[in-house]
Every structure is written in C-alpha cells, then in structure tokens.
Design a protein around this ligand. Structure first.
Ligand code: IMP
Ligand code: MG
Length: 337
C-alpha cells in the first residue's frame, strides 16, 4: 500500500536519564501508534516507568510492550540474548505480556559473552558493562554475529522493512531513544560516550525516510546528571543535595549520578541538531525542593533566584535560538505527580 510511514521520536538531550521512558509511556496512550521502536543502544539503558502505580524498569525492551503495542528492537541496536531473556522474564513476572508484542530485527548484532567479559573490565570510560562497545566494534569491524543467524526459538525475529513498509495499514511509529546527545558517538563528549547514534539520525538509519520524521520530542531535566568515569560534578554541597532529593542513582547499575546545573548552551545545540519540536524539561520539582534556580548560559553561571524567572529564561532562550521548537513544557518527577 502506498501510505506514508509516520515516525515520532523521543530523544535525550543531556547525558541520559532525562525521563525518556516516562515521556514515551505517556505518548503511547495515543491510539494512533501502531509500533514502538528502539533504534539505538543495548541493555546499557535504564528506563523507569510508572504504570498503574507500579514501577517498571526496562533496559532494551521498548516501552510499548507495557501498553500492548507492537514493539521492535531495530537494527541500530545490539542485543545480548541472555540479558534479553532475563528482561523478558522480569517483565512477564510483573504481568506484562512481552512475548506477544516484542520483535527483534534480524540485523541486530549479538552481544556475546566475550563482549560482556571484555566490557566488564572497563575502567577508562565508566561503561555500564553490558558489552555494548565491544559488540558495536565487532559490527563495524565486520566480524559480528547477527540475531537472524541465531535461530533462537525464544526470540521473535522480524524484518524492520516489513514492519515499517510492507504493512496493510498505515504505520505510525514512536521511536524511543536511549542514552542522549551528550553520549552520542559523534556529538557527545568523546571518548566519554556510548557507541551508538543517540540523536535523531539514528531513527533514519533504522529504515525511516527522513521526510517521515514528524515530531521530535526532546527530553531533558531542569539540571544535568552524568554517570561515567570523567569528573563532571563541580564542588559544592548543592549538587549532592540535588542527587539525594532527585534520587539520582543509575537504573541499570545503581551508581550515583554526578550532578551539575542546566547547561543552556548544550541544550540549544542538542535541540537544534535534533530538530526538536516539543521540549520537555523534567524534574523541575527537584529544584523547587532545593530552592536553587541556576543555569549556565554563554559558559557563565546565571542565578535566576526564582522558579518563574528560571522557566521564562529557559523558554525564551529556546524559542529564540531553536527554529523548530513549538512548545517547552516543565514537568515534575513521577513520584511528585
Ligand atoms: P556504555 O554505553 O555502557 O558503553 O557506557 C558509555 C557511557 O555512557 C558511560 O559513561 C555510561 O555510564 C553512559 N551510559 C550508557 N547508557 C546510559 C544510560 O542509559 N543512561 C545514562 N548513562 C548511560
Ligand atoms: Mg536511564
């Protein structure tokens, strides 16, 4: 059928852990979506979602399974069959019918036990030790093994081309990003990055014509967090306070996240490069609780002192500098709603 594929994307604009899972889960309430697709990364991600009052953490499985939406792990991802089966089991135990809704593209490269061992010895980057970097390295070195070659009866294998382009009904897919602009292999703070394309270009690489990308939802927090080996957090008790109040500990590894104030320069850059139309700024309530309204602009620390001045400043700078942005929404942490 000659219908045009529609693709919306949820993209992280900071260093991950912005609340992409929460936004994806919220958007998937719309009955318009036929698919939810992960287009990059692996089990390194940790998406925390509150569904019917219950906390659910996903790693590589698209959030769509929670709402019973057909969910695909796209060819831009690398997959450990062992970790995938564990995650399927965990979600099934939580009452989610994963097996019926989850499909893995045959082109996904496999994270082997050797990749897991190798990444487990990392100390330089501070990886999540899920074998992600070594698997992508072997993919690009043309030594990799692909899911389609596995013949694993526990994994539903699909072809993303058929999913997106050979359907009898119009496909409207929500692409759920993992990691973020600051961790992107090309645009992030190399070498302290992950090994995939976290930006919207990664969506296109998963079989989506550029013209099909409709709305890009950018997600960030009212302050920044980062987990990894580089020093990120400046001196000052306020940052520890934000970590404690904001419960900033890794969903995958439990590591404490380093904290800093919002960087407007980086946020504008990330929004422009991703063509963000709707920008969501999560966890504004955490800054309320610590009553600090600071950010960086033009590399300088600016103290806006109160919430309305902070939100006005951020909104104005974004609307002034990012041609695609229509809306800027300040949101609150799920446990604050
Ligand atoms: P890797 O992706 O496990 O190779 O880790 C590379 C860098 O990205 C490390 O600093 C990780 O902590 C970070 N990272 C990877 N995935 C995530 C995530 O989902 N949230 C936050 N940081 C991540
Ligand atoms: Mg996370």
């Amino acid at each position: 059928m000659k219908t045009r594929l529609m693709a919306d994307a949820v993209i992280g604009l900071n260093f991950g852990d912005e609340g992409k899972g929460k936004i994806t889960h919220h958007l998937l309430q719309s009955s318009e979506y036929t698919h939810c697709i992960r287009f990059n990364g692996a089990h390194n991600a940790g998406h925390t979602i509150y569904h019917n009052g219950k906390k659910i953490v996903t790693h590589i499985i698209p959030s769509g399974v929670i709402r019973g939406i057909r969910s695909v792990i796209g060819p831009g991802c690398v997959v450990s069959p062992t970790l995938l089966k564990n995650e399927i089991q965990e979600l099934e135990t939580a009452g989610i019918d994963v097996k019926k809704h989850l499909f893995v593209d045959k082109r996904c490269h496999v994270i082997t036990s050797e990749h897991l061992d190798e990444d487990g010895r990392d100390t330089k980057i501070g990886t999540t030790r899920r074998g992600t970097g070594p698997a992508y390295r072997d993919k690009y070195d043309r030594k990799g093994l692909r899911v389609g070659e596995l013949n694993d009866s526990e994994i539903n294998v699909t072809d993303i081309y058929d999913e997106l382009h050979s359907s009898d009904f119009p496909v409207v897919a929500l692409f759920e990003g993992a990691q973020a602009f600051g961790l992107d292999i090309d645009w992030g703070d190399y070498p302290y990055v992950t090994s995939s394309t976290c930006n919207v270009g990664g969506v296109v690489n998963n079989g989506v014509p550029a013209q099909s990308v409709r709305t890009v939802y950018g997600v960030t927090k009212a302050y920044q967090t980062y987990v990894g080996a580089k020093k990120f957090q400046p001196d000052g008790e306020i940052f520890n306070k934000i970590r404690e109040v904001g419960m900033e500990y890794g969903a995958t590894t439990g590591r404490p996240r380093q904290v800093d104030f919002l960087d407007m320069d980086q946020l504008i850059k990330a929004s422009r490069i991703n063509g963000v139309r709707e920008l969501i700024i999560n966890k504004t309530d955490i800054l309320q609780q610590v009553n600090t309204w600071k950010l960086y602009r033009n590399k300088k620390l600016v103290d806006l002192q109160q919430e309305d001045r902070f939100t006005d400043f951020v909104r104005n700078e974004l609307l002034k500098n990012c041609p695609e942005i229509d809306t800027v929404v300040f949101s609150y942490s799920p446990n604050a709603i």
